[in-house]
Design a protein around this ligand. Structure first.
Ligand SMILES: CC(C)(COP(=O)(O)OP(=O)(O)OC[C@H]1O[C@@H](n2cnc3c(N)ncnc32)[C@H](O)[C@@H]1OP(=O)(O)O)[C@@H](O)C(=O)NCCC(=O)NCCS
Length: 244
């Protein structure tokens, strides 16, 4: 137990240059208090003491400004810097060595039941005010930029920014505006054939309309000729004048 507490204090010192002494860390870091509170609350939660666990987590929220649902599963060396406004939902899973800044929400989209909160793999950093929603996974070593809203899985070792979150760096390399996923590349040859097929369809339908109109016209002409000639008229014989 004491080694776990020492590790938590060491984690704060390693990740925040402003953390100068152990006393400073123990007294002034609400993120640390929230993590310690959560350990107790989660212990109660998994033993079925859910009411008291929820109540205790709300007391912790009152003092730290950080709301961690007691059901959330959190690994070692978890660090919340500043902390105010952080919300972590019930089915969130946080692996080891994760860092969150103030105002981060790890929430549900409001549509699902069961596992409905994110999974953050190890060494993930979520920037100030970022929102990560739904049962998605932020891959190992990825960074979520401040203010981003992430609603889809993020592969490992990526940086995701903006609303909705888009990957701007993958494996240390900048991703251009067009995300060069192999499966998403446009195929110009296929697109040209599709356009040709569309033109052929249009032309075929025009030709068949013209053919139908010509057939109709010649049928009408032949009917007109038959009625002009009459049943008794011999072919080529002119009709007598003034008989109508
Ligand atoms: C995202 C972040 C981690 C930087 O990651 P990175 O992998 O080094 O990425 P880069 O700095 O190379 O930025 C890549 C692109 O994303 C943009 N970008 C970076 N952070 C961004 C953000 N939060 N929102 C929108 N765009 C952002 C950059 O402008 C750059 O765009 P460009 O390619 O058009 O120039 C960092 O900017 C960040 O947001 N950190 C949060 C830290 C924090 O919360 N601190 C609080 C202390 S109290």
């Amino acid at each position: 137990m004491s080694s776990l507490l020492k590790e938590d204090i060491r984690t704060v010192k390693e990740r925040d240059p402003a953390a100068t002494s152990t006393l400073n860390v123990v007294v002034n870091y609400p993120g640390l208090h929230a993590v310690w509170g959560h350990r107790v609350n989660h212990w109660l939660w998994v033993r079925g003491l859910r009411g008291i666990a929820r109540w205790s987590s709300q007391v912790g929220r009152f003092f730290t400004g950080i709301e961690i649902h007691p059901g959330a599963t959190i690994g070692n060396r978890f660090f919340i810097d500043h902390g105010m406004g952080v919300v972590i939902g019930e089915t969130t899973v946080i692996h080891d060595d994760v860092t969150l800044y103030q105002g981060v929400t790890l929430g549900g989209t409001g549509k699902e039941k069961g596992k409905r909160h994110p999974t953050l793999e190890s060494c993930v950093v979520v920037g100030v005010g970022a929102t990560v929603l739904g049962d998605i996974t932020i891959g190992r070593g990825s960074k979520v930029g401040g203010g981003a809203v992430v609603i889809r899985d993020v592969p490992p070792n990526c940086t995701v920014v903006g609303i909705p979150g888009r990957v701007v760096v993958r494996e240390g390399r900048r991703v251009e505006t067009v995300d060069l996923h192999h499966e998403d590349l446009p195929d110009p040859v296929v697109e040209m054939f599709r356009q040709l097929q569309r033109r052929i369809d249009v032309l075929e339908s025009r030709v068949s309309q013209e053919e139908a109109a010509i057939r109709e016209q010649s049928a009408e002409e032949s009917r007109g000729n038959e009625s002009n000639e009459g049943p008794d008229a011999s072919p080529g014989e002119p009709k007598p004048q003034g008989t109508e």
